[in-house]
Design a protein around this ligand. Structure first.
Ligand code: NAD
Ligand code: WQD
Length: 338
């Protein structure tokens, strides 16, 4: 194996799990994070899981000098870029905050990579880039259209990456469109630690199960789905992490840009998820039905043929494992990393 993988946002939820997967696969890694949405405590947890010191730099992707200093030395031969903001609702309130960090920050990173001739990149895109009218399952060529500034940042970066690969054949880029990553490492040492009220379903259920919140609010039971609640493609975060290892291996032999879905290809409803979580934690999870949440679609799941064919990757972990691992993390860390 040659140089190190620079992981921007490597202290975050998906980045920390990807660090573990990369180390297990034999890659040397360097985490870059400004800890704006993560805790430095994750580092000691990563050391416990991997049994080795974690290489980390406290820096911002908007800091060109810091990036150049890391990328210029010749130690880094690829970048996995997770750093960015991800709250869909907040992005509608504060769009410039999102365009600044997610788009300008990424352009800053790309400029530094170009200056330093590091041209292998895996980018965190999202299923949110697909148009709401697209039919299921979503294939990589399905129509795209964003419904929030957050989604638009992902679409814009995908376009920028396409332009870059058109003009300079030395780039090798995988834009991975994650569906709904959930769960945690089986050790219970690392997991998702949202600040404030969780926006996403599984962290919310976990906090109800542990007694931090009274009940789950289910946003709508009148969708055209089997039980009326929304259907999503939940995918274990460690499967997603392993998808990044597969993408790096793919890029070793393939120049240009590839867009790939990371999902399981199966949809699960809110009520099914709730029932599975109840089985995992052995207690009833109170809930109430409320109106639909603005911007939500009825159903969303991935076509996974492209990931299988090109990345030779496929998710292997079940919904039951996602719930069991989320619950273990929640029980061992009732207040997250705090
Ligand atoms: P996260 O917030 O847990 O991790 C992001 C990390 O980036 C954090 O540790 C944060 O401190 C860091 N960061 C933010 N801005 C930075 C900056 N300017 N400089 C340096 N570090 C910075 O989020 P996550 O869930 O791990 O998501 C990772 C990526 O995947 C994001 O780009 C997100 O948009 C994308 N994504 C996430 C999901 C999801 O459901 N979690 C789905 C699709 C796509
Ligand atoms: C899942 C289902 C809700 C919370 C979001 C982003 C997307 C991507 C992943 C980054 C839906 C229902 C939820 C609750 C509920 N992130 N729900 N009560 O909306 O599919 O995707 O995260 O790229 O961009 O939009 O995930 O977990 O918020 O919702 O009933 O308290 O759970 O209505 O049907 P979503 P989610």
């Amino acid at each position: 194996m040659s140089g190190k993988v620079l992981i921007t946002g490597g202290a975050g939820y998906i980045g920390s799990h990807t660090y573990v997967a990369l180390r297990e696969a034999g890659f040397a890694c360097l985490i870059l994070d400004n800890f704006s949405n993560s805790s430095a405590r994750v580092l000691e947890r990563l050391e416990r899981i991997t049994g080795a010191r974690v290489d980390v730099v406290d820096a911002d992707i908007n800091d060109a000098k810091a990036l150049d200093a890391l990328l210029m030395g010749g130690d880094i031969d690829s970048v996995i870029h997770f750093a960015g903001w991800k709250a869909v609702g907040e992005s509608s309130q504060r769009p410039l905050k999102y365009y600044d960090n997610n788009v300008c920050g990424t352009v800053n990173l790309l400029k530094s990579m170009q200056r330093c001739r590091v041209t292998k990149l895996v980018f965190s895109s999202s299923a949110t880039v697909y148009a709401q009218e697209a039919s299921m399952p979503l294939i990589e060529s399905s129509p795209r259209a964003a419904t929030s500034p957050y989604g638009r940042t992902k679409l814009m970066v995908e376009e920028i990456l396409g332009d870059l690969c058109h003009t300079d054949p030395s780039w090798r880029i995988a834009a991975l469109r994650y569906f709904n990553p959930v769960g945690a490492h089986a050790s219970g040492l690392i997991g998702e630690d949202p600040t404030g009220t969780p926006n996403n379903l599984v962290p919310f259920i976990a906090q109800v199960a542990i007694g931090r919140r009274e009940r789950l609010t289910i946003f709508g039971d009148d969708y055209p789905t089997a039980d009326g609640t929304g259907v999503r493609d939940y995918v274990h975060v460690l499967d997603v992490a392993e998808g990044h290892v597969a993408a790096l291996r793919y890029l070793a032999d393939n120049p240009g840009l590839i867009n790939v879905n990371l999902g399981t290809g199966r949809g699960t409803s809110v009520l099914e998820m709730l029932r599975q979580y109840e089985l995992a934690c052995g207690r009833a999870i109170p809930f109430a039905i409320a109106a639909r949440r603005q911007g939500d679609v009825a159903s969303c799941w991935a076509d996974i043929a492209k990931a299988r064919e090109f990345l030779r990757w496929q998710a292997t972990r079940s919904i039951a494992e996602m719930c069991a691992d989320s619950w273990r993390w929640q029980q061992l860390n009732p207040d997250g990393y705090r």
